[in-house]
Write a protein of this length. Sequence first.
Length: 155
Amino acid sequence: MATLHLIVGLPCSGKTTLAKQLEHEKSALRLTPDDWHVRLFGQDAEEPEHDARHGLIEALLWNIARRALELGTNVILDFGFWSREEREDFRARAKQLGASSEVHFLDVPADELLRRLAIRNAEASQTSFYIPEAMMKPWIALFQRPTPDELERRD
C-alpha cells in the first residue's frame, strides 16, 4: 500500500530538509511547490499573484501525486498544511485512492523560525522564497498545530 506523507510546518521549520530525508528512507516521490514556484515566477512572495500561482502549482503537483499513489508509489507533499481542514482533505483523498497517510510535524518555536528566516533571507535562492519578517509573524499566529490524533498513521 502506498503512503501519502504530509509535511506540516511553517516556513523555515525544516520541511524540505525532512522531505528530502524521507524521500530516500521511504522510496517516495517528493513534491515541493517552492522548487517549482521560484523557478517559474521568481521571488514573488510579495506580489498579488503569488497565492494564485502557488495554488495552481499545488493543484498540478497533486495531480502527479494522485497518479503516483494509484501506481503504488509513496508520495511526500511538502506543502506546509497550515490548517487541520487542509490536512484532513488530503488524507481523505489518499484514503479514496486506497493509500495510507502520515503527518510529519516540525514544531519549531517562533523565535527560532524568525532566526532561521533572517539567515535564509540573507542568501539568494532558486528554491526558497525571500519572506519579510512582517509577513511571517501573522502566519505564526494563523498556523493550526496538529492534534495528537492527527499524528497517527491512517491506513
